[in-house]
Ligand binder design. Structure first.
Ligand code: GDP
Ligand code: MN
Length: 377
């Protein structure tokens, strides 16, 4: 699970990493009041789980509380790379002398953790790594050993960071370990004009497998927007990922669902989600899946793609019929059943004759139908 910047900063502060004073707000009026408390001149920052907000207009300087209110007003509802801004953070301004980059990431290929640091922060690190790889230090960190004082100093030297960033480098490692994170990143970590080292941005990805022992983040799953759908799906135990399109997708088996996404995209439409209902595909799972997908306001049609293997298509069809009893179908549903007992499954759906349910015999045909329905007015 990715955290918002303001959540990442809370973790940083808990582990002794200096951050600028900040408040999060949910309305322009609150922004004005927060700016007043923060001293008037503030940085207004859209809280979305994607990088490059600066370039996208999601990070703006406001010279006084009135300007902060206006800037926040423009930011709420703004779309940044498919993420809608619902929370805005205001931070005291920091006069930047230099910008650095520091992160720890799990390097699955190497089977270890990696410290990545650079004296060229502020811009996108991928760009720096591509054009000037020598400017980015990549140092393996043995998790059993961790980042000792000596190791932190080594990382700082290798990356060309000033020696007094070492405590931050140790603190970030502590965040990774104690909070069960897979990624901890600060860009920019800055040298302020008054000499302090301050983390001005934060990105943290928590390891979902550790959720059972990290109760404090249980609440943040029930968040706004996109996350509300994923949270609702997670509560029902569904294997669901929200995407940006308009065709809802349900399938059995991760491979089939991924192919379905491709086929939908090949028809000029965009999938709205990934949802694998697995082998069982019971009526309950079908109903739960449909409920989540139908509650996504972006969804305009739903494509159910099932290849009957161990689970026979007639059982899946029964599941759909029973799901239709508990879920009010509000958007057209295209069903493609193939494989084990497909003919019987199709007959069950024909007999049910729901006006919003139509069937297709091939995956391509069904995707085309779903795409047309999604784009019909
Ligand atoms: P990102 O674009 O999503 O990574 O958002 P950042 O939080 O990194 O902000 C983008 C850029 O805005 C940073 O690289 C800084 O140059 C600038 N910035 C952010 N906070 C401050 C601040 O408090 N003072 C100043 N002067 N610049 C800031
Ligand atoms: Mn940044």
């Amino acid at each position: 699970m990715d955290l918002y910047e303001y959540q990442a900063r809370e973790l940083f502060a808990d582990h002794g990493i200096p951050v600028s004073a900040a408040e999060t707000v949910r309305s322009p009026q609150e922004a004005r009041a927060a700016a007043e408390r923060l001293g008037g001149r503030v940085v207004v920052k859209a809280q979305v789980k994607t990088g490059g907000r600066g370039k996208a207009g999601g990070v703006k300087l406001a010279s006084d509380p009135a300007a902060a209110e206006l800037t926040a007003r423009q930011m709420f509802g703004m779309d940044i790379k498919g993420h809608t801004v619902r929370t805005v953070m205001l931070a005291e301004t920091v006069d930047i002398e230099r910008e650095f980059y520091a992160s720890y990431v799990l390097d699955r290929a190497a089977g270890t953790f990696l410290a990545i640091a650079s004296a060229e922060g502020g811009m996108e690190i991928e760009e720096v790594a591509a054009t000037r790889p020598e400017a980015v230090a990549r140092i393996p960190v043995d998790p059993a050993e961790g980042v000792t004082e000596a190791r932190a100093a080594e990382i700082a030297v290798a990356a060309g960071l000033p020696a007094d960033t070492a405590p931050v480098l140790r603190g970030l490692w502590q965040v990774l370990v104690r909070e069960d994170a897979l990624l901890v990143e600060v860009n920019p970590l800055v040298r302020a004009a008054d000499g302090r080292i301050v983390a001005l941005d934060g990105k943290v990805t928590l390891d979902d497998n550790a959720r059972f022992r990290q109760e404090r983040w249980g609440e943040s799953r029930r968040d706004s927007g996109t996350d509300a759908l994923e949270a609702a799906a997670a509560e029902r135990g569904l294997n669901y990922v929200k995407l940006d399109g308009e065709v809802g997708v349900i399938g059995n088996g991760a491979g089939l669902v991924m192919s379905t996404l491709d086929v939908v995209a090949g028809c000029g439409a965009r999938p709205a989600n990934f949802l694998d209902i697995g082998g069982g595909a019971s009526a309950q799972v079908m109903a739960d899946g449909l409920a989540v997908i139908l509650s996504d306001p972006d969804v305009r049609s739903v494509f159910v793609n099932v290849f009957g293997g161990i689970t026979a298509c007639d059982a899946v069809a029964e599941g759909i019929v029973r799901a239709l009893e508990s879920v009010a179908l509000t958007k057209p549903l295209v069903v493609r059943l193939d494989g084990n007992s497909a003919a019987r499954g199709r007959r069950i759906l024909e007999d049910r004759a729901h006006p919003l349910v139509q069937q297709a015999t091939t995956m391509d045909g069904a995707a085309r139908q779903a795409a047309v329905l999604a784009h019909a007015e």
